[in-house]
Write a protein that binds this ligand. Structure first.
Ligand code: 5BU
Length: 473
């Protein structure tokens, strides 16, 4: 049988098993479409899987050289498996989520950097799914230049991929498929017209880009936040036009309260270290809360919990400080594992949050990139509890509903005598992705803390506005 005849048979078969549907559908990204592909169903039809694999081999893969094959999860996995068996080339598998435990690898299988890998995918629309897989493979040092596809929707995918040096070869394009189907009386001329119009209208690449948190406003991010404290904090920042968190690292309650009287209106968050205060009392907390209400700021107790869950739950709610009673949010290390998050889970359903430490600002700290990633993946299981991460880099996490709290900031880059490293507001907001910026001694130790707080507030806010305008240069 000729290749053309085989393609016609396959197209008709895909239509008959509802892998290709016509009508009115809405895609994941909310776009209306008259044609819908769902190739997941092919696993129920071994004959279809065999014809697809053979045709990919004969038409798309003939001239390609590669050491490994990798299917884009998940629909293409069975096809990649068959192709691996037929070509006797080894297969690699990409995990969608990096494991928090065990090998932590995103690519499974045996390979060496410098080897090449061919991508197998079912349907390409914008090309973004293929690109995700390509990026992970390239991160491992694998060379990826080609992808074979069952169906190209002709909506910008091949251009997007070519821009990233990936060439695609597909069995069908949207046009060739509807051509076959109309000739075989499966769809009407009217439907062909509809599909062609739709293709014309959706020619601009419709890349399903994840929302880039760095470019989103705090108002928008408040809508996306899943933790109540994060939502509140984003809203406070947007209303008060400040992303300044003041770290009141002072040992006297009078000094702290006096300072907050003066600068409360300029900050969105006040960060405490209750255990450095020499005259701590419940009266102090009452007055701190009154200031928080009057000036509309939240309170973060920077306790950096780091023990087993049981101990942390006692540290959080009992003892001298009874932090759970008054702090909107606290900081915690991920080191002990998930138990710590269970221990900090909102007491009696009160609105509380946790900033997990994913990185530190101090020189020579022992946090590794793997630890940082595992911290973020641990947090993803507690979306309602996690307010954000204390971290130093924008790549640490993507979720626009979470807050990047960045300490180690002064107007000039410098260091203190005990390992603290300071970056400038421009650097932490524009380059490093900081959302809420922690300033301690930069304000507290200034001659006029009030005047200094205004300078920090204005500088930090300008940097934020510049960042969300997208005009970084
Ligand atoms: P500074 O005076 O601006 O250096 O104060 C910074 C504050 O932030 C201080 O309270 C630290 O305990 C806190 N901090 C930090 O500096 N670096 C970190 O990585 C973390 C917290 Br986590």
């Amino acid at each position: 049988m000729s290749h053309d005849k085989k393609l016609i048979d396959l197209a008709v078969k895909l239509f008959s098993i509802d892998a290709v549907k016509f009508g009115e559908f809405t895609t994941k990204s909310g776009i209306k479409t008259p044609v819908y592909f769902d190739l997941r169903v092919i696993v129920s039809y071994p004959d279809v899987m065999v014809s697809i694999s053979n045709l990919l081999l004969e038409l798309a893969m003939k001239d390609l050289k590669y050491d490994h094959l990798c299917g884009v999860p998940y629909t293409a996995l069975p096809i990649a498996t068959i192709l691996s068996v037929l070509t006797k080339k080894s297969m690699l598998m990409r995990r969608k989520e990096t494991k928090a435990y065990g090998t932590k690898k995103s690519i499974e299988g045996h390979y060496k950097a410098g080897q090449s890998c061919l991508i197998v995918e079912d349907v390409v629309t914008s090309g973004s799914s293929v690109l995700e897989t390509v990026r992970d493979l390239r991160k491992e040092g694998l060379i990826v230049t080609d992808a074979v596809i069952i169906l190209d929707r002709e909506q910008g995918g091949s251009n997007n991929l070519a821009a990233d040096d990936v060439q695609i070869k597909s069995l069908f394009s949207m046009s060739s498929l509807i051509d076959i189907l109309v000739k075989n009386n499966k769809i009407t001329e009217e439907m062909v017209r509809k599909v062609k119009n739709y293709l014309k209208e959706t020619q601009a690449p419709v890349i399903d880009k994840p929302l880039d948190r760095i470019l989103l406003t705090y108002e928008k991010r408040a809508e996306l936040a899943k933790n109540g404290v994060a939502k509140q904090l984003f809203n406070i920042m947007a209303t008060k036009k400040t992303n300044l968190c003041l770290s009141v690292d002072m040992t006297s309650t009078t000094k702290i309260l006096d300072l907050l009287e003066k600068v409360g209106e300029h900050v969105c968050l006040v960060k405490t270290h209750a255990d450095i205060i020499e005259d701590y009392s419940t009266d102090f907390i009452t007055r701190l809360k009154q200031l928080a209400d009057r000036f509309n700021f939240l309170i973060l107790e920077d306790r950096k919990y780091a023990d087993i869950g049981h101990t942390v739950s006692l540290q959080y709610s009992k003892g001298l400080y009874k932090v759970a009673d008054w702090a909107d949010c606290v900081t915690a290390h991920s080191l002990p594992g998930e138990g710590i998050l269970k221990a900090l889970n909102s007491p009696n359903g009160v609105n509380r949050g946790v900033f997990l430490l994913a990185e530190m600002s101090s020189e020579g700290n022992l946090i590794t990139p793997e630890y940082r990633e595992a911290t973020v993946s641990m947090a993803s299981k507690y979306p309602e509890l996690i307010t954000g991460f204390v971290c130093q880099n924008k790549d640490t996490f993507k979720d626009p509903g979470l807050i990047q709290l960045t300490p180690g900031v002064q107007l000039e880059s410098s260091k203190d005598d005990l390992g603290q490293v300071y970056n400038t507001p421009e650097k932490v907001i524009l380059e490093k992705g900081g959302d809420v910026i922690v300033v301690g001694r930069g304000i507290v130790a200034a001659k006029s803390p009030e005047a200094q707080a205004v300078i920090y507030k204005d500088t930090l806010w300008k940097c934020y506005l510049k960042r969300v305008s997208g005009k970084l240069e």
